[in-house]
Write a protein that binds this ligand. Structure first.
Ligand SMILES: [Ca+2]
Ligand SMILES: [Ca+2]
Length: 286
């Protein structure tokens, strides 16, 4: 900035007067002036959350700059325990007049008591408080033991193919690449696995596996070819079924009932060769 003659003194004097008037000194004053014009908002007035694994829920944070100058700014997010947020910091360059939109996932661990919780977002001198309504955990009514319990995998090809997609209730392969199916992240390396862990031991005698089988990607070309079904019984893994040379979209494995604490699919080979393991939906029944 080029300023000539007496103007710098006047300017400095005016700024100092402003700082004194506001009761602010030192670096805080500089921060405050830099961040003037920041705005915070959300796409919803309240976030609805259910305390289950894999629920897709949250809000869109709107982080704007109505000031005349571009700024680098931070928004800090906090949630009441035990809620979790996909991000606790959003740092961005914000040109004048620009509003950044960022998706924030909000999750509640299983067992979270239903009720009203709160998320706080702070940026500069702005603060946004967003209520979060945690509802009752849904209960499966179809007999599928794989719904609403923890699911894990040897790897996940994120963000498009999370293991949660393999137990989300969506069996439709035409929804592939929309987060509704699992694809591992270790191309060419087998085995891969997906595991469902029960809250308490369950009698299990059938596993339905929907592998990728869309018009574009038929099972015979892209689906899972070979896998073992393992059940965790009294702390140790037992093979309960084997599938070999599969070409079908849906394969149902039935076996002598076992009382299991977890079920694991051990993926051994793909019809595409040395590429990936893919499961659109995994269902487990008594
Ligand atoms: Ca699915
Ligand atoms: Ca792999």
């Amino acid at each position: 900035m080029r300023i000539h003659g007496w103007r710098p003194l006047v300017l400095v004097g005016a700024v100092l007067a402003g700082i004194v008037a506001a009761g602010i000194t030192g670096p805080a004053a500089a921060d405050r002036s830099v961040h003037r014009g920041l705005t915070l908002g959300a796409d919803v007035a309240q976030v609805a959350v259910t305390p289950v694994p894999c629920a897709k829920q949250g809000f869109e944070l709107r982080f704007g700059n109505t000031g005349k100058n571009a700024v680098y700014a931070d928004a800090f997010l906090e949630a009441d325990a035990p809620l979790t947020l996909s991000r606790k910091l959003v740092s961005s360059y914000l040109p004048p007049g620009y509003t950044l939109k960022v998706r924030i996932d909000v999750n509640a661990p299983r067992g979270t008591a239903p009720g009203t919780y709160s998320i706080s977002v702070k940026a500069g001198d702005q603060e946004l408080t967003l209520p979060v309504e945690v509802g009752e955990a849904p209960v499966d009514t179809t007999g599928n033991l794989a719904r609403y319990v923890p699911v894990t995998a040897s790897s996940e090809h994120l963000p498009v193919y999370p293991v949660c997609g393999a137990v989300d209730g969506d069996r439709d392969s035409e929804h592939w690449a929309k987060g509704t199916g699992w694809n591992d992240a270790t191309r060419g390396n087998f085995p891969d696995w997906v595991q469902v862990t029960f809250d308490q031991p369950q009698a299990v005698s059938r596993v339905d596996l929907y592998t990728l089988n869309s018009k574009q990607y038929p099972a015979a070309g892209y689906g899972l070819k070979d896998w073992d079904v393992l059940a965790q019984v009294n702390g140790s893994w037992q093979p309960v079924a084997q599938v070999r040379d599969n070409k079908a979209g849906l394969t149902s494995s039935t076996f002598t009932p076992v009382t299991a604490t977890a079920v694991r699919i051990l993926a051994l080979a793909s019809n595409e060769g040395l590429t990936y393991s893919r499961i659109v939906e995994l269902e487990i029944y008594q």
